[in-house]
Design a protein around this ligand. Structure first.
Ligand SMILES: [Zn+2]
Length: 160
């Protein structure tokens, strides 16, 4: 599945800085369960595949992605798509691998390749009045999920 930039879902994502090009270059694959809300798999040709946990896609009554904190993990991942498009496949892989090997003890959010993505996701969370200090935003079973559900008391979700 692809999210058209002109669709309601696409427009909502673009509001948080996701580019038209990133949306057009990404194929979303939904899975029933995985430890992360979403993960980007860069492809050597084309763009990226984004594997998304089904319940990470929170929809409104019209079926479009709801404009909620649940968009945070998607916005995070689209930042990686943007990196893949900007840098090319080889450089993307090299930078991500190098970033994770080189600086020992540096928290994930502070890694050069992750900083922008975490910042973008944090803006989504803050735009919805959720706790800005969401720890490990975009991490397995991220607190965004808990925070979102806590706010809505009986609904909401999401992680990376
Ligand atoms: Zn990331």
């Amino acid at each position: 599945m692809r999210i058209s930039p002109e669709s309601t879902s696409g427009t909502r994502l673009r509001k948080y800085g996701v580019s038209v090009k990133a949306l057009r270059s990404t194929t979303l694959v939904r899975v029933w369960w995985m430890p992360l809300a979403a993960v980007t798999i860069p492809l050597p040709i084309g763009g990226c595949m984004m594997v998304v946990r089904r319940r990470a896609l929170v929809r409104d009554s019209e079926g479009a992605l709801a404009d909620s904190g649940a968009l945070a993990p998607l916005v995070h991942q689209f930042c990686h798509v943007h990196q893949r498009l900007e840098w090319g496949f080889a450089l993307y892989i090299a930078r991500h691998v190098w970033n994770r090997l080189a600086p020992r003890g540096v928290p994930e959010q502070a890694l050069q390749v992750e900083r922008e993505a975490y910042r973008a996701a944090r803006e989504v969370v803050e735009a919805h009045g959720l706790e800005p200090q969401v720890k490990g935003l975009g991490e397995p079973e991220s607190e965004v999920a808990e925070v979102t559900s806590a706010r809505r008391l009986s609904g909401g979700r999401q992680g990376r």
